[in-house]
Design a protein around this ligand. Structure first.
Ligand SMILES: C[S@@+](CC[C@H](N)C(=O)[O-])C[C@H]1O[C@@H](n2cnc3c(N)ncnc32)[C@H](O)[C@@H]1O
Length: 209
């Protein structure tokens, strides 16, 4: 999928055709994501963005734990609508951005950038560069980026699309060891709603340049 319209159509249809809790990446509690954000040590006023947040409950958990400046960005309008609906009145406490992370021009600076299962869909080097350029434009110096991808022995596809699998080292190389320090990585086995096991790796990097 090389262009924005195809990507948007694909992901919007995914959310229109399946209940959020039936999607393979569904998790009831985003425990590892939340713990890694907490481990950054940022306070409740930290500016946090969940890139490709979809219908994840991460924003809800962050709000419940006192974080006040949360942005959820996603390419799929249907996902954002469902996420807002689930939050009810609290949706007003979150900033929602419908955009393609490879085209967007973010206007704020973030302390924490979180991405669970988005970066691994970027099959082309040029797409990965655009994504990493967006990180460099909007992640504060000293800020943290948390990226979860399928691990080296994880699935080859998700949502009918090819993925690139990573180890902490290959992901670090991709982002650039001159710009980011690898702080921690955790391998986990995600159990999908269809009871399949998927190996993920979560990495937390700190921006140093
Ligand atoms: C596998 S889902 C993961 C959703 C969420 N992060 C979670 O953990 O539940 C991938 C998400 O990334 C979004 N996405 C895919 N490509 C994107 C892009 N180029 N820009 C923004 N969002 C994108 C999709 O709409 C979808 O919500």
């Amino acid at each position: 999928m090389n262009n924005h319209n195809e990507r948007k159509k694909h992901w919007d249809n995914v959310y229109k055709n399946k209940q959020p809790d039936k999607l393979s990446w569904y998790e009831k509690y985003p425990v590892v994501s939340f713990d890694m954000i907490d481990a950054t040590g940022v306070g409740p006023d930290a500016n946090i963005i969940d890139v490709g947040g979809g219908t994840s409950s991460l924003a809800e958990h962050l709000l419940r734990n006192g974080y006040r400046r949360i942005t959820v960005l996603d390419i799929a309008p249907s996902a954002l609508e469902m996420a807002k609906e689930r939050l009810g009145d609290k949706a007003n406490d979150v900033k929602w951005i419908e955009a393609d992370i490879m085209d967007v021009s973010l206007t704020e600076d973030y302390d924490v950038w979180h991405d669970r299962a988005v970066f691994h869909f970027l099959a082309g080097a040029q797409d990965r560069k655009r994504y990493i350029d967006a990180v460099k434009q909007s992640l504060k110096m000293g800020g943290h980026i948390i990226v979860a991808t399928f691990s080296i022995d994880g699935p080859l596809k998700c949502s009918g699309l090819d993925v690139v699998r990573y180890s902490p080292q290959t992901l670090h190389n991709e982002f650039g060891s001159d710009f980011f320090t690898l702080i921690e990585s955790i391998g986990i086995e995600h159990i999908t709603p269809a009871n399949e096991k998927q190996k993920f790796v979560f990495c937390r990097f700190k921006r140093v340049r």
